[in-house]
Write a protein that binds this ligand. Structure first.
Ligand SMILES: NC(=O)c1ccc[n+]([C@@H]2O[C@H](COP(=O)([O-])OP(=O)(O)OC[C@H]3O[C@@H](n4cnc5c(N)ncnc54)[C@H](O)[C@@H]3O)[C@@H](O)[C@H]2O)c1
Length: 265
């Protein structure tokens, strides 16, 4: 890489699949473009095109690669396209997640197939992108990785076993990468609480959404759920020079929910 150009890959960065609405990966890609990164938007959904449109409308530079991060061949292609188009890589943000009714089960109830398929995306997708991004980042002079984990790494939702397992492993992998590749590459994760995104609204009416978000908000000291930009802002900080000594950390972004004790005195 010639100049120290800022180039980021963001996986899971499509906008919402129905109306092109809010998504964490989309907000991250848009924020990094504002920070001066050339952005490679990766997602298996076509609405990754919408993320690129939004970045370009705001004067940024981005391309969309429609791809499946569980495929080694596809992930290698993402790296070669990034190198060919932008000359190198200085930032990776992994943000994919697979949800299905079959994976939302306890350890005793989930099928082995759902367990393995979910881990292949929610953990394997993070592993493969890191594995094939790191050599390119090293050749490009180093950089920063942020894995989007979840507060589920520390406290499980009922019947969401494999999701929590993947998030716990992502945080452990984050620490491994952090010590193996410092000082050239820093690696951290972000553990959000509930974040408002289009894809989880699931056809609820406006009234149902208000009630649903209201019920969830009551569990949060901030009395509201997080907006996607509030996660993207933390990514922007972590990958930037102002976080130059933060490495191997899992930053909880949950409005204080995890430090809230409900007991009466
Ligand atoms: N929304 C929340 O409340 C919340 C809370 C904590 C953590 N997170 C994490 O945020 C990240 C973003 O997810 P989200 O929950 O906001 O949902 P989302 O549906 O908006 O984003 C997930 C994206 O991953 C893409 N994806 C799934 N499998 C893929 C694959 N094999 N290859 C390429 N792309 C694939 C999907 O198409 C989707 O665009 C995930 O890591 C999730 O675990 C979300």
């Amino acid at each position: 890489m010639k100049a120290k150009q800022k180039v980021a890959i963001v996986t899971g960065a499509a906008m919402g699949y129905k109306r092109g609405g809010s998504s964490i990966g989309g907000a991250v890609a848009i924020q990094l473009a504002k920070d001066g990164y050339k952005v490679v938007v990766v997602d298996k959904l076509r609405t990754g095109e919408r993320t690129v449109e939004l970045i370009k409308e705001a004067g940024g530079d981005a391309i969309f690669i429609r791809s499946d991060v569980t495929s080694t061949k596809a992930v290698k292609e993402i790296m070669s396209i990034t190198k060919a188009k932008f000359g190198g890589l200085t930032c990776l943000v992994s943000c994919v997640a697979r949800y299905s009714s079959g994976m939302a089960k306890s350890v005793a109830e989930i099928s082995e197939d759902e367990w393995n398929t979910t881990l292949a995306v929610n953990l394997g997708g993070y592993f493969k992108c890191a594995k094939y991004a790191i050599p390119l980042m090293l050749k490009s002079g180093g950089g920063s990785i942020v894995n989007i984990s979840s507060y589920a790494s520390f406290a499980s939702m009922p019947n969401f076993s494999v999701y929590s397992v993947a998030k716990g492993a992502i945080d452990a992998m984050t620490r491994s990468i952090a010590i193996d590749f410092a000082p050239k590459i820093r690696c951290n994760s972000i553990c959000p609480g509930f974040v408002r995104i289009e894809n989880s609204e699931n056809g609820r009416t406006r009234k149902e959404l208000k009630e649903w978000y209201g019920r969830i908000a009551k569990q949060y000291p901030m009395k509201r759920v997080a907006e996607v930009e509030e996660i993207a802002n933390v990514v922007s900080f972590l990958v930037g020079d102002k976080a130059s000594y933060i490495n191997g950390q899992s930053i909880v972004v949950d409005g204080g929910k995890s430090v809230y004790d409900f007991h009466e005195f």
